[in-house]
Write a protein that binds this ligand. Structure first.
Ligand code: FAD
Length: 208
């Protein structure tokens, strides 16, 4: 997840420039690695939200993997970027989004057990993994604490961004550490103590 960045809307003139840089990125003309994910233009956001409503995003990108996402971020520094998961907490306006939506659902979907001992275990879950899948995975490995995730119809990335919760528990109560990618495309490791975590809200802590 990335709460470090403020994703902002761009003006129309910026947008014209961005269309050029997207073309450059796809062909590698800008001296950047060629993107390996799927780029769509004028994508109806109604296809990607639980409410089945919302206008078009100028660009919609499904990264192939974390490296590809990093290349996209490094090569599109002027573009407004908005990351989404399963769209279960999104209301997109009819006017759509002037910029690029990056969809992580079903991408960045690595889910594995990192360690397990007498007192518990540690699971690595990519941002695009569905929360219910994490709950099932934990149960299969006899790990308690992640049951509530079965009730959240979103991704791990969305749950981290929202501090999603139900049945008396919430996401950040079970987080050991997070790997984030910043707007410059650099991957960093962060600890929960570096965030200000509240009811359905997460922000970078002032001291970080
Ligand atoms: C029927 C229904 C029941 C629900 N029940 C609950 C509930 O019990 N408890 C609860 O807390 N919520 C609930 N929700 C709300 C929603 O499911 C959660 O907020 C969920 O965590 C959103 O995840 P998502 O992947 O769908 O995120 P999205 O809706 O795609 O995005 C939500 C926000 O998270 C950000 N985001 C998403 N992925 C990332 C990422 N990888 N990195 C950075 N930012 C990201 C987006 O930019 C956006 O601001 C419910 C929704 C529905 C439709």
């Amino acid at each position: 997840m990335n709460t470090e960045n403020q994703w902002e809307m761009t003006s129309l003139s910026q947008n014209t420039r961005i269309a050029m840089s997207v073309a450059d990125l796809l062909t590698g003309d800008a001296g950047m690695p060629v993107l390996r994910g799927e780029m769509r233009t004028h994508e109806p956001m109604s296809r990607h939200t639980s409410w089945r409503a919302g206008g078009h995003a100028d660009h919609y990108y499904i990264p192939a993997d974390l490296d590809d996402f990093s290349n996209l971020l490094q090569g599109s520094t002027h573009e407004s970027i908005y990351v989404i998961g399963l769209g279960s907490n999104l209301l997109v306006r009819d006017g759509g989004f002037r910029g690029m939506v990056v969809a992580l659902h079903a991408q960045l979907n690595d889910l594995r057990l990192i360690e397990q001992n007498q007192s518990g275990g540690l699971i690595y879950a990519g941002a695009g993994v569905a929360c219910a899948k994490v709950a099932r995975f934990a149960a299969r490995h006899n790990l308690a604490g992640a049951e509530f995730l079965a009730g959240i119809p979103g991704t791990v990335g969305g749950a981290l961004a929202m501090n999603a919760g139900c049945f008396g528990s919430e996401t950040w109560k079970i987080v050991e550490r997070v790997q984030i990618i910043n707007r410059s495309g650099h991957v960093l490791m962060r600890q929960p103590g570096e965030y200000k975590i509240d009811y359905r809200s997460v922000d970078i802590a002032a001291h970080s």
